[in-house]
Design a protein around this ligand. Structure first.
Ligand SMILES: [Zn+2]
Length: 95
């Protein structure tokens, strides 16, 4: 029975965790992604880590989408209004 040394090295938690972000982003080469999926099938600890990373990614994506919905013109108008308010207040510093 021959021992597939290359695959043995891939069957390791730290190897999987190092590539977890890449894997979840779909940026892993298919050969590595296969090994990672195989490992996640058998390893509860890495599945938990993958779940945590996925939850974090979903949260970050939701935040990014929310700030992207504010059009740049609106932000510019808010900034202009804000600076106008500041100037008015400077005229009455003791009010
Ligand atoms: Zn593992």
């Amino acid at each position: 029975m021959s021992d597939p040394v290359g695959h043995e090295a891939h069957d390791d938690c730290s190897w999987v965790l190092e590539r977890l972000y890449q894997f979840l982003d779909g940026e892993c080469p298919e050969v590595e992604a296969d090994d990672i999926r195989h490992h996640l099938d058998a390893c509860d600890r890495c599945v938990e880590d993958a779940d945590a990373v996925l939850a974090l990614k979903a949260l970050v994506q939701r935040c990014c989408r929310q700030s992207a919905t504010a059009p740049p013109e609106l932000r510019l108008r808010l900034t202009t209004q804000y600076s106008r308010v500041s100037i008015t207040r400077i005229e009455f510093p003791h009010a």
